[in-house]
Ligand binder design. Sequence first.
Ligand code: FMN
Ligand code: SF4
Length: 404
Amino acid sequence: MNLLKDASNMKTYIENDGFHALHITLEHTQDEIIEEVERSGLLGRGGAAFPTGLKMKFVRNEKTTPKYIVGNADEGEPGTFKDRVLIEKNPFQILEGMIISAYAIGASKGFFYLRYEYRNLVKEIERKMEEMREENLLGKNIMGTDFSFDIELVLGAGAYVCGEETALMESIEGKRGFPRIKPPYPAQYGLWGKPTLINNVETLANIPLIVNMGPKKYAEMGKEGCTGPKLFSVSGYVRKPGVYEANLGEYTVREMIEIAGGVDGEFKGLMLGGGAAGFILNGNFLDMPLCFKDAKEWGVSLGTGNIIVFNQSVNIWDVLLNIAKFFEHESCGQCFPCRYGTKRIRKIIEKILEGKGTTEDIEKINATARAMKIASLCPLGSSAMLAYESAMQNFRDELLEVIS
Ligand SMILES: Cc1cc2nc3c(=O)[nH]c(=O)nc-3n(C[C@H](O)[C@H](O)[C@H](O)COP(=O)(O)O)c2cc1C
Ligand code: SF4
């Protein structure tokens, strides 16, 4: 176990090599640390799988100061609960990763953005940070060096869209969580217009591993194009739903479902990746390796690494209605295609579920999906229909069966 080890108290964490990576880091230059992260092949765990070292480099190369770092623990993706488990079990590894990253990019202040629904964890995280300050691991002159850095916990706004990096920054700045138009990207124009590195908390927890093991050994956990350990949230009709850790590429979808106790009932399909980047897939995808690169080759995405399993009792139109209601509720309303499109899709699916669906309704869904994809301001709107589109490819007969 590299990520999910039970090390929520500092003593256990230190006994498990805790803060050793920070010690090593402070004896290296910023560029050396970034190079290690680049060579490790680490890809972001927040959904988009962007190369972490490259993003660090972008922020490092910016001349403007101060610079900021954000640990994204907003975790609002339906079916994703791995960050909560990671925070509960191994919080110091996230915080250590944040300090190392801050050192590498030259940030003096960090924000830990925690999902509002996880507010029961606030006191515990703040207590951990206080312990670290007492041990000179956070705050002024960390470990007696001239590097100073501190972290502030910010409780999220209770909106899914606030997990999107630009909406998140607006939220930290005390404004309404409306996504910003990109470019400029946070690396150039982030919090208060300053260079900002935003990483998912699972991504950050990988940083101490890379520094401790060295990038080569780290990359050996996994395969080319998808290196290192990954957390998978497995739920739905499985016998042992939960968070499972595996190296990327180590298991196929089928094997991961087996690890989660196997299907409860007769397998029908699954949702992979989450709501925003979610794909509704049939049994043809069971042998796909759980690796970012393979997933891309299969035309899908691992997203945040979640798998929701459906048995034969699940009606795919019901699943689509659930997703449509989620997006309608979570659309921030800033741009028309998403604000109106999500509502329109929900209404049409309700009509179909009442048995009144026509081929014209399917045309309307397709046209709305196209408009949302092209004209939405942020990925919430532009990827909202991925689930529908993939369901139409993989469960076409079943979906069209109820259309007159
Ligand atoms: C609607 C929406 C919600 C998102 N929610 C989260 C989230 O809760 N946590 C997260 O880490 N990334 C989330 N993201 C992705 C972030 O915008 C960003 O890509 C990520 O934090 C970058 O971290 P990484 O490079 O470590 O993956 C979301 C994106 C979108 C479009
Ligand atoms: S696409 Fe949706 S969530 Fe994103 S800015 Fe537009 S209305 Fe808001």
